[in-house]
Design a protein around this ligand. Structure first.
Ligand code: HEM
Length: 474
C-alpha cells in the first residue's frame, strides 16, 4: 500500500515538474537575442480575453493603453494561441509593412481562410499574381467601368424599399449590396435558389466570431467553419454547373480563368474557390461595420450632416432626371463626402493594420523580433497630435485641400501598407460614398443611444438602424 502511495507521489511530482517546465517555457519563449518586454499570459489562451474585451471604438483599448504605459511602444504577448509582438511605433510599422510579405495571422485564424489553398495567405509569386488580377476588377478603371453602376442601382433600390418601412439597418443593407454586387461580378447570374442559400450562409457568421478562435461546438468559430464549408460547396457546385452548361461566368471569374488559359500561372479550382470565399468574408466583415460607424459619426454632427446634404442635393440637382444614375464624375465631385470617410477611417482605426510574420529575426534597438512571431502594427500616427490637431475629435474639415482619394500616406494607414495594402480600399470608399449619397436624399436620423464598441471588430450592441423617411426626398 505504502509503495503504491509513494509511486503516486512520484507520478504527481513528475507531472507538476513537467507542467512547471512547460509554463516556464511558455512564459519565457526562446529568442536569439532579447525579446521585447511583456507577458505571455496564460498557457494557450495567452492574453486573448483581455485583448478582446469590448472598448470604446474611437479610442485604444485599456489592454493597449496599459501596456504602452508599462512597456513603451513595443511589447510581446500571446493572442489567439500564437506568439505576438505589438508595435505602436509608426516608423517600425512602415518598415515591417514594406519589407515583409507573409501575413501575420495566427494558425487558429488562418484556418478560417484555408491555409493551404489561400493565395492571400501565401507569400509567393501567386500572391502577387492574385493581387494583380483582383486590381483589374477593383482598381479605379474596374470600379468606373464595372462596379459603380451596380452599387448605385442596389443602394437606390434597397434604400427606397427600406424608406417605405421607416427603418434601415446600415450594416445589413451594406452587406446585402456587397454580396450581391461582388456575387454578380464573380459568379455572373446565379440560380435564385443558390444565390439565396449563399446569402443565408452569412447568418452563420455571428458578429462575435472572432472572439475566441477555438473550434468548440456552439461557439462562433464552430458555426463559421460550418458556414465556410457550405459556402465553398455551393460555390464549387455553381462553378461546375456553369462550366458544364457553358453558361456565362461573372467578369471576375473570366479575368481569373482568362489568365489561366494564358498558361502563365495555374490556379486550381480549390484556389479559385478559396480566393472568392476570402473576398466575400473580408469585404463583408470590414466595410459594412466602418460604414455603420461613419453614419453614427455623421448623425452626431449636425454641421457635417448639413454639409453632406448640400453636397448631395447639388449632385441630384445637377441632373435633368432625378432618377438618373450616378456617374464617375459625380463620385469624383463628392469631395466633402470623401473627407468624412477619410476622417471616419482615421478615427475608427483602433486596431492593428499591419499584420506580418517575419521570416528572419529582426533587430529593433536592443530587442529582437523573432522569425515566425506574429507582428501587429497599430496606426498610432492617426492619434498623434503633431500630425492631427485634437486627434480624438471627428473633424472632416481637417482633410480640406488634401488629396482625399489617397488611401495611403505616411500619416494615414487605415488600409495597411506595402505589398499587402488592402486591394478593396477603393471599392470600400466608393461603396460608402454611394451609400451616403442615397441616404442623404432622404430625411434620416440615428438614435442617440446607439453605441459603437470594439472587440477587435467594430460592434454595435444596440444595432445600427437609422430612421428614414421619404419626406423632403431630393
Ligand atoms: C473600409 C473597409 C476596409 C478596411 C478598413 C480594410 C483594411 C485592410 C487592411 C488593414 C488590410 C491589411 C493590410 C496589411 O496587412 O498591410 C487589408 C487587406 C486586404 N483587404 Fe481590406 N479593408 C477594407 C475593405 C476591403 C474590401 C471591400 C475588400 C474586398 C473587396 C478587401 C480585401 C482585402 C484583401 C483581399 C486583403 C489582403 C491583401 C493581401 O494580403 O495582399 N478589403 N484590408
Amino acid at each position: 500500500m505504502e509503495a503504491i502511495y509513494k509511486l503516486w507521489i512520484v507520478i504527481v511530482s513528475l507531472i507538476v515538474v513537467k507542467l512547471c517546465h512547460l509554463i516556464y517555457q511558455w512564459s519565457n519563449p526562446k529568442c536569439n537575442g532579447k525579446l521585447p518586454p511583456g507577458s505571455m499570459g496564460f498557457p494557450i489562451i495567452g492574453e486573448t480575453i483581455e485583448f478582446m474585451k469590448p472598448h470604446d471604438a474611437l479610442q485604444y483599448s485599456n489592454f493597449l493603453k496599459k501596456r504602452i504605459l508599462r512597456h513603451g511602444p513595443l511589447f510581446r504577448t500571446s493572442l489567439f494561441g500564437g506568439k505576438v509582438i505589438i508595435s505602436t511605433d509608426n516608423e517600425l510599422n512602415m518598415e515591417m509593412a514594406k519589407t515583409n510579405r507573409i501575413p501575420g495571422i495566427t494558425k487558429s485564424l488562418a484556418r478560417l481562410f484555408g491555409e493551404d489553398n489561400n493565395l492571400f495567405l501565401q507569400s509567393t509569386e501567386s500572391h502577387k499574381h492574385a493581387r494583380n488580377l483582383t486590381l483589374q476588377l477593383l482598381g479605379s478603371q474596374g470600379l468606373k467601368l464595372r462596379i459603380l453602376e451596380d452599387i448605385d442601382i442596389l443602394a437606390r433600390t434597397y434604400m427606397s424599399e427600406e424608406a417605405r418601412n421607416g427603418t434601415l439597418d446600415v450594416k445589413e443593407t451594406a452587406s446585402k449590396i456587397i454580396i450581391e454586387c461582388l456575387g454578380k461580378k464573380v459568379m455572373g447570374n446565379m440560380e435564385p435558389e443558390a444565390a439565396k442559400k449563399l446569402a443565408l450562409c452569412w447568418r452563420y457568421f455571428p458578429s462575435g466570431w472572432f472572439r475566441l478562435p477555438f473550434k468548440i461546438p456552439g461557439m462562433g468559430i464552430y458555426n463559421m467553419m460550418k458556414a465556410r464549408k457550405t459556402m465553398k460547396k455551393l460555390l464549387k457546385e455553381e462553378v461546375l454547373k456553369k462550366r458544364a452548361s457553358g453558361e456565362e461566368f461573372g467578369e471576375f471569374f473570366k479575368i481569373i480563368f482568362g489568365e489561366n488559359k494564358g498558361g502563365k500561372e495555374r490556379m486550381s479550382m480549390d484556389h479559385v474557390i478559396e480566393y472568392i470565399y476570402t473576398f466575400f468574408v473580408i469585404a463583408n466583415e470590414t466595410t459594412p461595420r466602418i460604414l455603420a460607424a461613419t453614419i453614427k459619426l455623421i448623425s452626431e454632427n449636425s454641421e457635417v450632416m448639413q454639409e453632406l446634404q448640400r453636397e448631395h442635393a447639388r449632385i441630384v440637382g445637377d441632373k435633368t432626371a432625378k432618377q438618373a444614375s450616378l456617374t464617375w464624375e459625380d463620385y469624383k465631385s463628392m469631395t466633402f463626402t470623401n473627407m468624412v470617410i477619410n476622417e471616419s477611417l482615421r478615427i475608427s482605426t483602433t486596431v492593428p493594420v499591419i499584420l506580418r510574420k517575419p521570416d528572419h529575426d529582426i533587430k529593433v534597438g536592443d530587442y529582437t523580433i523573432p522569425a515566425g512571431w506574429n507582428f501587429m502594427g497599430y496606426p498610432s500616427v492617426h492619434f498623434n497630435p503633431e500630425k492631427y490637431e485634437d486627434p480624438l475629435v471627428f473633424n472632416p474639415w481637417r482633410w480640406k485641400g488634401k488629396d482625399v482619394d489617397a488611401i495611403l500616406s505616411k500619416n494615414y494607414v487605415p488600409f495597411g501598407a506595402g505589398p499587402r495594402l488592402c486591394v478593396g480600399a477603393y471599392f470600400a470608399k466608393l461603396l460608402m460614398a454611394i451609400f451616403i449619397h442615397h441616404l442623404c436624399r432622404y430625411r434620416w436620423s440615428m438614435k442617440a443611444d446607439i453605441t459603437i464598441t470594439r472587440s477587435y471588430m467594430l460592434m454595435f450592441p444596440r444595432g445600427c438602424d437609422v430612421q428614414i423617411s421619404e419626406e423632403n426626398k431630393v
